[in-house]
Design a protein around this ligand. Structure first.
Ligand code: ZN
Length: 354
């Protein structure tokens, strides 16, 4: 082929590529309505009458749980490590102190998982089968007084990244905070018995694959059909703007009414979003980003509460000192209000319409 022809061919390819990008741009803008949606939500919520009721959360316990789980003694709570075991022992004691009942065989639910295949280039196979890794979920419950056979799962993962290359990843926000908030919810409902059975699940091995939550839905300690929804907490203790996302209404629009009632008075700003699929969207879809994803895959409704990523996300800077106690306490209160509103609804309202 002559050089000129080759040049022409490349020029044509370039023009086609540019044309494709130019054509895709308006499409992506059109689908990516999130900044606009969020601005509208913020404007609407700025007029709300925030509750002035004093907090019902034991803030000393809430903060002590995060401080303990994020302590260097827990070594970042990686799955199948002494630090992970230490965190689990602490949580077992907390489950007992709060007064949760074991579910099925006990609080501890062991499982194992095989992480993805690795690729090695030098003198080795490209595909390598890895060894199974043991993990342990902790599951406790408070029986419902009106409809005990219908279950609402409250979940938070207690594992984190551990020690990597000699550096400690304490995981205070991710996700000691979610576990502490889950325990605050449990304390509230021990004092104010729920209508439905509440199952509290501290999942292991969320990091790197939602393995604990997947084991839970694969081998459920309560019948899967009895689970009305999963409410998952993951990273709930820091945001400079006092905002937290309630994600999942795109797949579960029937839960919106319940959330709407809470967010018109909540102290933190509860935003909806990060739950729409779509190739051209630039905002992240969080549907499979934490343990609620395993429930969603089984077609179980979910709500996920978490803050937008911050500078210390998955970094050694995710320490107890860097969480925001005032915001965190307000979120814990709001999450109790959310759980109370969900529990007040009837099972038929919480199930997704066919
Ligand atoms: Zn997390």
């Amino acid at each position: 082929m002559k050089p000129l022809n080759r040049k022409r061919k490349w020029a044509l390819r370039l023009v086609m590529m540019i044309a494709l990008v130019v054509l895709a741009l308006p499409l992506s803008k059109k689908l990516d309505t999130t900044p606009k949606e969020l601005a509208a939500q913020r404007a609407e919520l700025s007029k709300r009458d925030r509750t002035t009721e004093p907090s019902s959360v034991d803030s000393a316990s809430l903060l002590a749980d995060v401080r303990t789980l994020a302590d260097p003694a827990m070594q970042g709570r990686a799955v199948n490590t002494p630090g992970g075991k230490k965190a689990r022992d602490y949580l077992l004691q907390r489950f007992r102190e709060v007064g949760l009942e074991p579910v099925g065989t006990g609080f501890e639910h062991a499982f194992s998982f095989t992480p993805g295949r690795g690729i090695r280039f030098w003198r080795a196979k490209f595909w390598e089968e890895r060894k199974p890794v043991p993990g342990v979920n902790l599951v406790g419950q408070i029986r419902g007084t009106v409809d005990p056979d219908s279950v609402i799962v409250v979940s938070a993962h207690y594992d984190h990244l551990g020690l990597r290359r000699g550096k400690l990843y304490p995981g205070a926000d991710d996700n000691a905070s979610g576990v502490a908030a889950m325990l605050a919810v449990a304390r509230h409902f021990r004092a104010n018995p729920p209508r439905h059975t509440l199952v509290f699940a501290a999942f292991d091995a969320e990091e790197g694959g939602l393995w604990g939550a997947s084991a839970f839905v694969d081998n459920p300690p309560v019948p899967l059909q009895s689970i009305l929804l999963d409410v998952n907490f993951d990273m709930v203790s820091r945001n400079a703007d006092g905002e937290i996302f309630a994600s999942g209404l795109y797949a579960n629009p029937h839960l919106r009414l319940v959330l709407d009632k809470v967010r018109v008075t909540s102290v933190p700003t509860i935003l909806y979003g990060h739950d729409k699929p779509g190739f051209f969207r630039v905002d992240e879809d969080w549907t499979m980003q934490s343990d609620h994803g395993a429930f969603h895959q089984r077609d179980i409704p979910f709500l996920y509460f978490g803050v937008a990523d911050h500078d210390d996300y998955h970094s050694p800077g995710d320490t107890f000192e860097n969480i925001e106690p005032k915001f965190f306490l307000s979120v814990a209160d709001a999450l109790i209000d959310v759980m109370a509103a969900l529990d007040a609804a009837d099972a038929a309202q919480l199930r997704r319409k066919p």
